[in-house]
Design a protein around this ligand. Structure first.
Ligand code: ZN
Length: 402
């Protein structure tokens, strides 16, 4: 405790001298999965440069000491048709535009980082880093050139799937309305294999969160570069299909990759009663709002939703930092300290008691310390490992010649 206090005091003195806030001094913190609403940077309440309702905005990052985040170009699964792909591409393009707007409108506070060295440089300069990840390769359609275009816009990881199988690979969850059946032994498609190889050549990390076990196994065989899971937890503790079993945790570690443990309540602490209550409430609120289905971007602020969620939170408490640390400890014990990182899934359903938004990021560091992790280990977990993997993915791409 005394050393922590001394460090804080030293940081405060340096902060006064340098003009930086103490939160920026140590460690370099990276959250690998932050969602953005479709109307990000368009509606005032989703303006991350101002006071916003978002769990991650610049002020909350600065206050909580979150230095860098992968903002995610997520597109919901739709039908595997030309029309579906066209729509997905348009929606994805809007999100790239929004992230571009974020950095352009806040030049002194955040910069786009397209390589690990830039993240470190931004941190040294006292500026936040925005990185871009793709969630759901559905937005590529069946076109490899879309991956090149995404890379050109700054995307540096590709989450192959979301819920529902796509043209690349099978998912850990099916969408029966689009004709999905359980993945079974089916993993990557032929197109999926070419996507993995193209990502390797571009220096883009492959993200297997949401993918089926068969897909993860086949990606680990096909990829020339280390593989990441940008937001997943431990299947051995909570057997949710989105979580990763010990064998695959080891496989990702053996690839040289990293598993970013996610602070998403249902993956950390199963609670079917809460899940059912939440779904019922969403149905009610959608009806009250006169909408076909619940849309969190539109209905999160609806009074009936706010009151209903307060009731649900009181009755079925969400996971805590302690639950989260159990998963971190487990993944560290199976994959090794060099192959684990941290992710929130904020603004995409993530958030636990103690880490409800980016302003509470320092609580995670504190919880790691309470679990006995030392400075060097905490630096690895908070971003050192991810930056190492990213640099290795770039090195392999440079060797292959893009
Ligand atoms: Zn996700």
């Amino acid at each position: 405790m005394a050393t922590t206090l001394m460090r804080l005091c030293a940081a405060a003195i340096m902060a006064v001298a340098s003009g930086f806030s103490p939160a920026k001094e140590w460690p370099l913190t990276i959250d690998t999965h932050v969602d953005i609403p479709q109307a990000y940077m368009q509606k005032a309440r989703f303006d991350a440069g101002a006071d916003s309702v978002l769990k991650v905005d610049l002020a909350k990052m600065e206050r909580g000491g979150l230095d860098a985040a992968f903002f995610v170009v997520y597109v919901e699964q739709g039908p595997l048709t030309a029309e579906g792909y066209g729509r997905a591409m348009r929606l994805a393009d809007e999100k790239y535009d929004a992230i571009e707007a974020l950095v352009q409108q806040n030049p002194g506070r955040i910069r786009l980082a397209t390589g690990p060295q830039q993240v470190r440089q931004n941190h040294q300069d006292g500026v936040l880093s925005a990185m871009i990840g793709i969630e759901n390769g559905y937005s590529l359609g069946r076109r490899l050139d879309r991956l090149d275009a995404a890379h050109a816009r700054g995307a540096r990881y590709l989450g192959l799937t979301h819920t529902g199988h796509n043209a690349i690979c099978t998912s850990s969850g099916e969408r029966p309305e689009f004709g999905d059946v359980p993945a079974g032994g089916k993993g990557l498609s032929g197109f999926g294999r070419s996507v993995v190889l193209r990502a390797n050549r571009l220096g883009m990390m492959i993200d297997v969160s949401h993918a089926s076990d068969a897909c993860v196994r086949e990606v680990l065989q096909a990829s020339a570069a280390p593989v990441i899971a940008s937001h997943s937890a431990a299947h051995a503790l909570v057997p949710h299909p989105r979580n990763i079993n010990d064998g695959l945790l080891r496989g990702i570690a053996d690839s040289g990759g990293v598993v970013q443990v996610v602070a998403y309540t249902y993956f950390l602490k199963p609670d079917p009663a809460r899940e059912a209550a939440e779904q019922a409430l969403q149905g009610e609120v959608a009806k009250l709002a006169g909408a076909g289905e619940f849309d969190s971007d539109l209905h999160d602020g609806h009074p009936a939703y706010v009151v209903g969620m307060a009731r649900i939170d009181a009755e079925f408490p969400i996971a805590t930092l302690d639950d989260y640390m159990d998963h971190v400890d487990h993944v560290v014990s199976v994959a090794g300290i060099d192959h684990v990182g941290l992710a929130s899934d904020f603004d995409g359903g993530g958030g636990i008691t103690g880490w409800m938004d980016a302003s509470e990021t320092a609580n995670v560091t504190r919880a790691l310390r309470e679990r006995g992790y030392g400075d060097e280990e905490i630096e690895k977990l908070w971003g050192g490992n991810l930056l190492r993997v990213w640099a290795e993915v770039e090195r392999i791409a440079a060797g292959a010649g893009a």
